[in-house]
Write a protein that binds this ligand. Structure first.
Ligand SMILES: NC(=O)C1=CN([C@@H]2O[C@H](COP(=O)(O)OP(=O)(O)OC[C@H]3O[C@@H](n4cnc5c(N)ncnc54)[C@H](OP(=O)(O)O)[C@@H]3O)[C@@H](O)[C@H]2O)C=CC1
Ligand SMILES: O=C(O)C1=N[C@H](C(=O)O)C[C@H](O)C1
Length: 252
């Protein structure tokens, strides 16, 4: 049974991870951390991130599953690497500085993914294929999330943008549209909507003057991300130090 420490345990995803784990027999949530003082959520002890080293020593986890903030995540990953604890990171909104993951991956296995849904992995492959099959078509991306989401565009949107560019699609990112000029061929419009409790939607529109292709994914609830992250946690535990991808987890 894989022993999991949850980073950001009091948050929307932290609670979803606890709920998802209660239906599984391959993982055990041994504790969680947040900024809050010590407490309990659904029988899981929660500790303050200020006492992280003590929590790592007391609960002896195999793996961190982190859904918090970029700053908190960097601190958690560095401490877990020092304590020989594997890291699964779902937090998004990082800048381009990957040094903490690079350093941690020298001593423990580290798996970072902007989206732990299997459907989104299929969407990524479908979008890559469509973009490379349809050179010269216009491409636009829209993502929609709940009103509490901090980062925009979403981590998944950034992953889609990277894959579209790598597949030969447009690379000039235009965030929202405003003003008085037509779309340029190398542009890719990126649109972020925030409303209500929407768990996560992504759509890629590919069009020319004669046809439109729309590839989209909608998460019905956060359980899909939580289960994917727990699949990753069970899979990554015991592997050699290094960087791993969620696509490797679902291909086995
Ligand atoms: N990869 C994926 O599949 C998914 C990724 N995400 C990403 O996960 C992240 C979290 O999302 P969500 O759960 O909605 O966010 P919430 O705001 O609901 O939760 C954030 C959590 O982080 C904790 N936190 C904040 N600062 C610190 C700190 N300094 N030290 C320790 N803990 C801290 C908060 O605790 P408190 O405020 O009590 O201190 C809270 O528990 C986001 O980046 C989101 O984009 C979300 C869904 C799926
Ligand atoms: O914050 C969220 O909720 C989500 N964040 C991830 C992202 O930024 O892509 C994944 C999912 O869309 C939900």
């Amino acid at each position: 049974m894989t022993r999991v420490l949850v980073g950001g345990v009091t948050g929307r995803m932290g609670r979803a991870v606890i709920a998802a784990a209660s239906d599984r027999d391959d993982v055990n949530i041994v504790a969680g951390v947040s900024r809050d003082p010590p407490g309990e959520i659904d029988g899981v002890p929660t500790e303050s991130a200020a006492d992280l080293e003590a929590a790592l020593s007391e609960y002896d986890p195999d793996v961190l599953v982190d859904f918090s903030t970029p700053d908190a995540s960097r601190t958690l990953v560095a401490a877990c690497a020092d304590a020989d604890v594997a890291c699964v990171v779902g937090t998004t909104g990082f800048d381009d500085d990957e040094s903490v993951f690079r350093e941690a991956s020298e001593s423990v296995p580290v798996l970072v993914a902007s989206n732990f849904s299997r459907g989104v992995q299929a969407l990524l492959r479908a979008v890559e294929g469509a973009v490379s099959d349809l050179p010269g078509y216009d491409v636009e991306l829209t993502e929609t999330h709940h009103n509490g989401k901090r980062d925009a565009p979403s981590g998944t949107a950034k992953t889609l943008l990277d894959r579209i560019a790598a597949a030969g699609g447009p690379d000039e990112r235009v965030h929202g549209r405003e003003g008085d000029a037509p779309r340029q061929p190398d542009e890719i419009g990126v649109h972020a909507r925030r409303a209500g409790g929407i768990a996560g939607e992504h759509e890629v529109l590919i069009a020319n003057d004669h046809e439109e292709l729309r590839l989209s994914h909608r998460a019905a609830d956060r359980g899909v991300f939580a289960d994917g992250a727990l699949d990753a946690a069970a899979w990554v535990t015991g592997r050699h130090p290094g960087r791993y991808e969620f696509s490797e987890v679902i291909s086995e």
